[in-house]
Design a protein around this ligand. Structure first.
Ligand SMILES: [Zn+2]
Length: 286
């Protein structure tokens, strides 16, 4: 029940962001078509890619919440990463379109009208609201938010350089477009690295130590701990604990059960716990 209402509110938030960001993108696209500005064009293209990527992030987020089933014994959490892959792909695609367009226009030159910076300014308004909302819920819109920073910078750059392009020379507008494109590529690389890191079964900092302390409180030894981050705040692991050799199987099992439940509740860690008889004499802790 709780999960459903959470999902509903998450959906509402994301649909609101999508609506705002599409509005901004449409206004900017109009500006780039009517005003002939390349920097506003780059700005508009990334806006549209952003809107589409949020739709995909939402889709994968929903899939990721599904409970374990026959073909996914560990749940579907990692499906959420599909949203990030989609974002990377959309931005790479848009980057390609932009490069082709810029190469074409540099040889011929072009003129920009004042409507370009005007539309770009108006288009910034819904986007600001979208960014404020997505910042507030950054944990669920992570891939999106990292790109909205680019969007804000892009809005500012496209407004000023298209204005310069309309009043002084188209080269100012073109330089703006080049700068925006370079930054897009830089962000793509950065984001890609972050994504690879996230799916690399990273051992979560701090969690391992906390888990070891938690287990030790049950009066058993900790022989080995392996923990990997599945997705933000969700962990899996296997743990080897040592119990006194004379402890009954029943008792040892009870302790292991308790530890398992505690780790699930406290750290959202699903661990398989292996028991071993301790070789040391009692009271001989290292
Ligand atoms: Zn499945």
């Amino acid at each position: 029940m709780e999960n459903n209402s959470l999902r509903d509110s998450v959906e509402k938030i994301i649909y609101l962001i999508i609506f705002l960001s599409i509005s901004g993108g449409v206004i900017k696209t109009l500006g780039s078509v009517l005003g002939g500005s390349k920097s506003v064009f780059v700005d508009a293209m990334t806006c549209i890619a952003n809107s589409l990527s949020i739709i995909l992030i939402l889709r994968f987020f929903k899939v990721g919440l599904k409970p374990p089933d026959v073909d996914h014994h560990y749940g579907h959490g990692r499906m959420i990463l599909g949203g990030q892959i989609s974002t990377l792909m959309l931005y790479s695609f848009v980057a390609g379109v932009i490069v082709v367009d810029l190469l074409e226009s540099v040889s011929t030159g072009y003129t920009i009208s004042i409507s370009a910076p005007i539309f770009a300014s108006i288009g910034m308004i819904p986007y600001i609201f979208a960014i404020i909302i997505s910042r507030k819920y950054s944990s669920i819109t992570l891939a999106y938010t990292s790109f909205t920073v680019v969007e804000l910078i892009e809005s500012g750059v496209s407004i000023t350089t298209s204005f310069g392009g309309a009043t002084i020379s188209y080269l100012i507008d073109f330089a703006g477009a080049i700068a925006l494109t370079s930054y897009l590529f830089y962000e793509l690389v950065k984001h890609f690295r972050g994504f690879v890191f996230m799916m690399s079964d990273i051992a979560p900092e701090g969690v391992v130590e906390e888990v070891a302390k938690s287990i030790a409180r049950h009066g058993v030894g900790v022989e080995k701990i392996r923990i990997r981050k599945v997705i933000e705040n969700v962990y899996q692991g296997d743990i080897v604990v040592t119990v006194p050799p004379n402890m009954s199987l029943e008792m040892a099992h009870e302790i292991a059960d308790k530890i398992g439940c505690e780790l699930k509740d406290k750290y959202n860690l699903e661990a398989s716990i292996h028991l071993e008889p301790s070789k040391k004499k009692e009271g001989d802790q290292r």
